[in-house]
Design a protein around this ligand. Structure first.
Ligand code: NAD
Length: 371
């Protein structure tokens, strides 16, 4: 059987990391026919718009897509293609696993949690304006609906049930945002009652950030609104080893788009330098979605072995300041080739590897942290 999957290479380092991901997908033996469509800067050049209709049509037709990062102009210019894609395809759940790999680049090698972020509303609704002609005051409207809050909290508890994760934490700021925050909080509490086998608790967003950088291993699934989820997923990517190794997925009722947490990293574009692992782990998530579980597991373990071995790794896993055991850095394409080489050689009968040591320096004791 051949799967037809939409491929959006994206901007900056996007074409390099999606090429790397394709190479690794091919090494699994799963037959994928990639339908390549352009969004972002390439689409502006070719079609005069950053998000042509053919991109949306392709994802709707194929139901599964692999996407590279897309640049968004800051403080002006066109609206984010990423936000438009999520809203137009109703990709309401952004799921970002933060899994430390081989203890590399992290002070918290046991980190294994998932951030579930509502991806269609909140402060990303696009409802914003200048209040006066002088542009001395502005408003961005935080739209929270009960429907979207029910949908995302149900998604998080269903994920917990499916993946046998035992704990879901709802994150909000209901002490200050007494309407929008409270609406999300109420939806979370009522949904939790329907899943008695899963324990649930709540954190205010500020406290959640502090708790995560102290003891990430105490958290399992975190569910929250759009902006808080955006910030927490970058924070958790940092806990688990950095943006270079953090994959993500966007789910709607029948569509799934897989994209890394990182952006287009324009300063590394065209240099064959960026870490391909986040995009390669998107292929792992994509294969799991297609129920190609063995192939997915091979990809995950080949990434793990490559990082643990540290012979062919990119700068962010190689250079002093990023790792305890510096080595000379390899290119993006060399690391992808090494992972692809390992995929068919993986022994799936061996136990899944678990991290044993932290990779960036000594972990302070609890007593030192409390002091
Ligand atoms: P970024 O993720 O591109 O870069 C942040 C830092 O991480 C930079 O130092 C970068 O060099 C490094 N980095 C990122 N990916 C890396 C990789 N694979 N390997 C090694 N280092 C990596 O974030 P930014 O600089 O804030 O944003 C750049 C552009 O990307 C902006 O236009 C932003 O809007 C866009 N963006 C897009 C998405 C998306 O498409 N989903 C997500 C985030 C940011």
């Amino acid at each position: 059987m051949t799967y037809r999957v939409t491929l959006i290479p994206g901007d900056g380092i996007g074409p390099e990391v999606t090429n790397a991901a394709r190479l690794v997908a091919q090494s699994t033996g799963v037959s994928i026919d990639w339908e390549v469509v352009e969004a972002g800067e390439a689409a502006i050049r070719g079609k005069g718009t950053p998000l042509p209709d053919e991109v949306l049509e392709s994802v709707r037709r194929n139901r599964v897509a692999l996407k590279g990062p897309i640049t968004t102009p800051i403080g002006g210019g066109f609206r984010s293609v990423n936000v438009s894609l999520r809203q137009q395809l109703d990709l309401f759940a952004s799921v970002r696993p933060a899994r430390a790999i081989a203890g590399e680049g992290t002070r918290f090698p046991e980190t294994d949690l998932i951030v579930v972020r509502e991806a269609t509303e909140g402060l990303y609704s696009g409802v914003e304006h200048w209040v006066d002609r002088d542009h001395s005051a502005a408003e961005t409207v935080n739209v929270i609906t009960r429907k979207a809050s029910d949908r995302i909290t149900r998604f998080a508890f269903e994920l917990a049930r499916r993946e046998k994760r035992l704990h879901v934490t709802g994150v909000h700021k209901a002490n200050i945002m007494k309407t929008t925050g409270a609406l999300f909080q109420t939806a979370f509490r009522e949904m939790a009652k329907q899943y008695p086998e899963v324990t649930a608790d709540e954190r205010l967003i500020d406290n959640m950030c502090m708790q995560l950088v102290k003891k990430p291993s105490e958290y399992d699934i975190i569910v929250t609104t759009n902006l808080f989820g955006d910030i927490l997923s970058d924070l958790c990517a940092g806990l688990a080893g950095g943006l270079g190794v953090a994959p993500g997925a966007l789910y709607g009722d029948s569509l799934a788009v897989f994209e890394p947490v990182h952006g287009s990293a324009p300063k590394y574009a065209g240099q064959d330098k960026a870490d391909p692992v986040a995009e390669i782990l998107c292929v792992e998530l994509l294969l799991r979605h297609l129920k190609e579980t063995e192939a997915a597991e091979r990809v995950y373990r080949a990434v793990w072995e490559t990082i643990a071995e540290k012979k062919v790794v990119t700068y962010d896993l190689a250079l002093p300041g990023y790792t305890m055991t510096p080595v000379s850095p390899s290119s993006c394409s060399a690391m992808a080739k090494e992972i692809a080489r390992k995929v068919p050689l993986i022994d799936l009968s061996a136990p899944r590897p678990k991290p044993t040591a932290a990779g960036v320096g000594p972990i302070p004791s609890d007593a030192a942290l409390e002091a």
